[in-house]
Design a protein around this ligand. Structure first.
Ligand SMILES: [Zn+2]
Length: 282
């Protein structure tokens, strides 16, 4: 079947399996590094389906795997920032957030020779308690952000936030384009359909139906995955139930679902899909 020509965004939060499950940063050295395994699977799937993505890369990953960052960039994917230490932004001070953003963007720009203009917070942690981060992002030269999730979740979300891309004027008067990942509006809540655990929980036919409906309404779909979601053999460790309940769920289903998504929909990087809106930013 021919794909609809409308271009959507496919993104990867490039972090290792132990970096997004609330383990202390100082303990990360204890765990087996496997980010390259899952990332290379994703690179292959994207090549096979002729898809270019945006990779929100964690600064710590860039520090430890510089060749991987170069490989991602050389393959034509957009490189953007996922912060440095994967702590929730509302747990950081503005000063530490700025330092970590600076460090992460510095690594990425040195490795790729390209300006970083996009950011996604760890755990979508720009909430009502950390809206100050938008000012810092804008001040540091970031043009678009994809961190506000208009859903209810124990860890993140601003349920009433705009579901679609919108220009935010920050407190200091600098503009930033906020681009949430996809949600499906139900009567009272928004159903997350953009990726992560939900991609693994829903049967593919259901996910595809929701996304097609959004596409028919003219919306740009935003999908995200992590390299470890394509690495079902990564170590199983004991975690608090609220974390383990989603982290290890249905990992074997991810690869096939991502392959189907990349084949059924048309994707390009954020900086390409939102080019016109980004022109209105600065
Ligand atoms: Zn993350």
């Amino acid at each position: 079947m021919l794909k609809n020509k409308k271009k959507h965004v496919f993104s990867i939060d490039v972090e290792d399996w132990y970096q997004g499950i609330e383990l202390p940063f100082n303990d990360w050295t204890k765990y087996e590094k496997r980010v390259e395994y899952g990332m290379k699977k994703l690179l292959k799937l994207m090549t096979k389906n002729n898809v270019k993505s945006t990779c929100f890369i964690l600064g710590k990953v860039a520090e430890e795997h510089p060749q991987l960052v170069k490989e991602i960039s050389k393959a034509g994917h957009e490189v953007a920032s996922h912060g440095f230490s994967h702590e929730k932004i509302y747990d950081l001070t503005p000063k530490v957030f700025r330092e970590q953003l600076h460090r992460s963007v510095g690594y990425l720009e040195d490795l790729t020779g390209e300006k970083v203009i996009g950011h996604r917070a760890p755990y979508f942690s720009i909430t009502k308690d950390s809206l100050w981060a938008l000012d810092i992002l804008a001040e540091e030269g970031i043009l678009y952000d994809s961190s506000i999730h208009p859903v209810f979740n124990y860890r993140y979300g601003i349920p009433g936030a705009n579901r679609l891309a919108s220009i935010i004027e920050t407190e200091i008067g600098i503009k930033l384009l906020e681009i949430p990942v996809s949600t499906y509006p139900l009567r009272k809540v928004n159903l997350p359909v953009g990726g992560g655990a939900y991609l693994r929980i829903y049967p593919y036919f259901f996910l595809k139906k929701c996304l097609r409906t959004l596409e028919k309404k003219g919306e740009t779909i935003g999908i995200y995955v992590h390299p470890w979601e394509l690495d079902p053999e990564h170590p199983k460790i004991t975690l608090p139930f609220r974390v383990s309940a989603t982290h290890y769920l249905n990992l074997r289903s991810t690869e096939k679902k991502v392959d189907s998504l990349l084949s059924d929909f048309n994707f390009a990087p954020y900086k390409v899909v939102f080019k016109e809106l980004l022109k209105g930013i600065r």
